[in-house]
Design a protein. Structure first.
Length: 270
């Protein structure tokens, strides 16, 4: 079974990418499935895997999935139950109960072998942003407004995989964030978090000798040539026509105003 793993540092941009892959009908149906897997033994792990593979496959059998860096411990724990070479040890179980993400950021020797083993041979896609400041602003506004997506349709079939509670209609997007509170220090801390997440993925790729297809959100928003390259790598043919996805850009003028205010307080980002 061919697999695509989308490794992301931002949720809204990666959801857009996932919907674009799904729209091709041949590049899987990637979703963020490791949010709360609730797996405690091998039987539950197998059921979980069967379910996510079924949900994430396109009709040609290609399976795609989205994984955020802060989900590493959940991914590795799920697949460790199905890995005879590395069943969960007592130490691993303790680590899973602690802050695994912080530990792995400071100790590159921590292993993610079960995670890697299940997705070994997959085509990896690394999505991030060139502008960490704008990504931090997007995260902060999403945290305050609980809005992650702007949609341009009411068609439920097209909106599958997009959280309803975090989505608003396009006509309401111009002022959805007007009540948000600007905090330069909080944005600075979010930038540092994003940098650490990217570094974490880069260590993961280096450790397991993975050469991902690297994409930047700013490049793919208006240019879909990356779909051709991804299709080439997984050896499938794209359809002649690919329908538009139901998502539009979330940011508005307030994002720009926040960026300028932040640069005044942190001129090194100007």
């Amino acid at each position: 079974m061919k697999k695509i793993v989308i490794c992301a540092t931002q949720r809204s941009g990666s959801t857009m990418l996932c919907k674009e892959l799904e729209a091709t009908t041949v590049l899987g149906r990637p979703k963020e499935v490791y949010i709360n897997p609730k797996v405690q033994n091998a039987a539950e792990a197998q059921n979980f895997v069967n379910r996510i593979v079924s949900q994430g496959q396109s009709e040609n059998g290609l399976f795609a999935v989205k994984i955020m860096q802060d989900q590493w411990e959940k991914v590795d724990k799920v697949h460790s139950y199905l890995s005879p070479s590395s069943p969960p040890s007592l130490m691993q179980s303790l680590l899973y109960k602690l802050s695994f993400t912080k530990l792995i950021q400071t100790d590159p020797k921590l292993k993610l072998d079960s995670f890697h083993q299940f997705y070994q041979g997959a085509t990896w896609v690394f999505l991030r942003r060139k502008e960490h400041l704008y990504q931090a602003i997007s995260r902060d506004m999403a945290s305050q407004t609980k809005v992650c997506h702007v949609v341009n349709t009411n068609d439920e079939t097209k909106l599958q995989g997009i959280g309803k509670r975090g989505a608003i209609a396009m006509e309401n997007a111009h002022d959805y964030n007007m009540k948000t509170q600007f905090d330069a220090k909080r944005l600075f801390n979010r930038i540092q978090s994003i940098v650490r997440e990217e570094a974490g993925w880069e260590r993961f790729f280096k450790k397991y000798q993975i050469s991902p297809l690297e994409l930047y959100y700013e490049d793919i928003v208006g240019n879909k040539d990356y779909l051709k390259e991804l299709a080439r790598q997984v050896e499938v043919k794209l359809p002649d026509t690919i329908p538009a996805i139901p998502l539009v850009k979330v940011g508005n003028q307030l994002n720009e105003e926040w960026a300028e205010r932040f640069k005044q307080e942190y001129p090194q980002y100007a």
